[in-house]
Design a binder for this molecule. Structure first.
Ligand code: SF4
Ligand code: SF4
Length: 183
């Protein structure tokens, strides 16, 4: 049967009326900030104290957009007659976010927990060169990284906590010893 004349128009108007009465879902950014999930991939933060300059992140980055420079330093032997050691010292750590594709591989492969996702995303620039964030800027992003989620109740305690507690106990015992001797 042929449709009644004007039925298409009526259907269209019905849809318009229905959607007009619905609550709008459009957020008026930047007046309203989006409520982002904690695991949002916004920008990468560097916790450089944990970085050993192993270069794994730079080697695995598919876009080759991590730039690391370092030099070696000799650390004197800890005990008399011991061996000197050498360690890497970080000179430059930068990420070019104009090339980064936010795959997260660098964060996944870092064996020392030195890279983290931050949900911050407001770092657009008018000059593309400013999208290369040097270590100071990457460090600033660290303060915007959300705390890790709490462990499941009943989960096994991470071995790092036990090791930290053991070290703290040893230090406390070493500090208490001279006081006991004095008294
Ligand atoms: S997120 Fe991916 S593309 Fe970006 S720096 Fe890390 S490894 Fe490279
Ligand atoms: S993988 Fe981690 S420890 Fe190694 S250079 Fe990259 S950030 Fe530093």
């Amino acid at each position: 049967m042929a449709p009644l004349p004007g039925s298409g128009l009526a259907k269209g108007l019905a849809v318009t009326l229905r959607t007009m009465t619905r609550k709008s879902v459009t957020a008026q950014y930047p007046d309203t900030q989006p409520d982002l999930p904690p695991r949002t991939r916004g920008v990468i933060g560097l916790f450089e104290e944990n970085c050993t300059v192993c270069m794994l992140c730079a080697r695995e980055c598919p876009d080759w957009c991590i730039y690391i420079d370092s030099h070696k330093e000799t650390v004197p032997a800890a005990t008399p007659g011991g061996r000197e050691r050498s360690r890497n010292v970080l000179d430059r750590f930068a990420i070019d976010f104009s090339l980064c594709m936010y795959c997260g591989i660098c964060i996944e492969v870092c064996p020392f927990d030195a890279l983290f996702w931050s949900p911050e995303f407001e770092y657009a620039e008018t000059d593309i060169r400013d999208l290369t964030h040097e270590r100071d800027k990457l460090r600033e992003w660290m303060w915007t990284v959300p705390a890790p989620p709490a462990l499941d109740p009943g989960a096994e305690e991470p071995k790092e906590l036990a090791a930290a507690r053991k070290t703290a106990d040893k230090l406390a015992a070493a500090r208490a010893e001279p006081q006991e001797e004095e008294s």
